[in-house]
Design a protein around this ligand. Structure first.
Ligand code: UDP
Length: 410
């Protein structure tokens, strides 16, 4: 019942011209020692959100360098994903913990997945809290286990973390995006590895301005007028309502401005539709606010087009584990304005590679500055792109993983 995810084909050599030969050579050397090792990545969904985005590139690259690597998605139904969404929110600081029955649902589905897991793995990497109990429940099916946490654990609901912790403590190693996310009391060896984007994925590959215009026009964007854009799930932490508030303030000064809110609906995110509807209601029929999702056929290419074409990319999150959308946008050399939270300041230096903001009014002010001064936008975009090239591209993440796996497997 665990579903293997079909993998794309990726060649590490294709990245040499972007990240440099020496990193590619370093990766090949590391990978030689791990050739043929059976590695499993286990996650909750193959669609929507940052985890699947990363695995779609990382797993094929692990295969390309010689590991016997697979990615499986766990089995779950609505009651399970309702519980795990609550857990996700609680671990990011929401005061509402799961009730007893919801915790039972979580363990029941973990038991099913643990039973269904095949054995003989050298290493099983479990992503995020949804399948976190599988290590304890199926310990013998892999020689080594790593928990990969993609969320911001800096201010968790203490009850939720206390209940989850014994399951995490079963993992000899745990990986977090930033030092501030490592829980104070953790039995696992903590590692800090920030995520990365794939510069050669359709979402991030170089796009001609004409192609970007052609696609944006098909979604009703007037390409001759300024466009603000946020790409993210419809989720309170991503604050699409705050983005609309910021846009309205910008519109008072620049009446021709438009806003695109592009958000996919993840299969493990039952709250998504409620928040999508709340966002549509908040937009109140404004014809210059374009609210799009994957059901409008907005896929990777369209996200690329919006990020490549718009005048300012916004990520006004109020909580953000990392925010792949930030590096994705900056990689397109676009001026960026985003919340000063979580992984966003890791990717953006305020005033150099974008602007970090604290409120809708602050966000509006920075957008206005960029719209008024294209040279400022171009400077921020150029600096941002170089920073992403150095720190947040997939080969660096692959290297970090291979080092970690090598250490873990001895
Ligand atoms: N994304 C997408 N289409 C959308 C909205 C989001 O493809 O309509 C992608 C986005 O480009 C990014 C990922 O989903 O690659 C979101 O990852 P991020 O780390 O920003 O946030 P998360 O959703 O994991 O909290």
């Amino acid at each position: 019942m665990l579903q293997p995810v079909p993998l794309a084909q990726k060649n590490l050599s294709d990245y040499a011209s972007i990240v440099g030969r020496s990193l590619i050579d370093e990766i090949r050397l590391l990978a030689e020692r791990l050739a043929g090792r059976r590695i499993l990545h286990m996650s909750a969904t193959a669609f929507g959100g940052g985890v699947s985005e990363i695995l779609y590139a990382l797993v094929p690259l692990m295969v390309d360098v010689g590991l016997d690597c697979e990615w499986h998605v766990i089995y779950g139904r609505e009651e399970f994903f309702n519980a795990t969404k609550l857990m996700h929110n609680a671990l990011q600081g929401n005061p509402v913990d799961l009730d007893g029955q919801q915790w039972n649902v979580w363990t029941d589905y973990n038991e099913i997945n643990a039973r269904e897991l095949s054995d003989g793995w050298d290493l099983c990497v479990v992503h995020d809290p949804q399948p976190a109990a599988v290590c304890q429940l199926a310990h013998d099916k892999a020689k080594h286990w790593i928990w990969r946490c993609h969320i911001d654990l800096s201010t968790p609901n203490p009850d939720t973390l206390a209940r989850l912790s014994p399951y995490i403590d079963c993992y000899p190693d745990a990986v977090f995006h930033m030092p501030g996310y490592v829980p104070a009391e953790i039995a696992s060896r903590p590692h800090v590895i920030p995520p990365a984007i794939d510069p050669l994925a359709p979402k991030n590959m170089a796009f001609s301005p004409d192609d970007a215009v052609y696609i944006c026009e098909q979604f009703g964007i007037d390409v001759d007028r300024p466009l603000l854009c946020q790409v993210s799930r419809f989720d309170p932490w991503k604050d699409p309502l705050g983005v609309i508030d910021a846009y309205r303030l910008v519109k008072q000064e620049v009446p021709e401005v438009q806003l695109a809110l592009v958000g996919s609906m993840a299969t493990d995110d039952p709250e998504g539709w409620d928040y999508f509807n709340a966002t549509v209601a908040h937009a109140d029929g404004d014809p210059d606010i374009h609210i799009l999702n994957n059901l409008n056929n907005v896929g990777a290419i369209e996200v690329n087009a919006f990020q490549s074409h718009c005048d300012v990319v916004i990520q006004k999150s109020i909580r953000e584990g990392f925010g792949l959308t930030v590096s994705e946008a900056i990689w397109k050399a676009k001026p960026f304005v985003g919340g000063n939270v979580g992984g966003i300041p890791l990717q953006v230096t305020d005033g150099q590679s974008g602007f970090l903001v604290e409120s809708p009014a602050h966000c509006a002010q920075r957008c206005l500055e960029i719209l008024a001064d294209p040279a400022l936008g171009a400077r921020l975009g150029r600096a941002g792109k170089e920073a992403v090239r150095r720190r947040f591209l997939m080969p660096r993440l692959l290297r970090d993983w291979l080092e970690l796996i090598d250490g873990a497997l001895g």
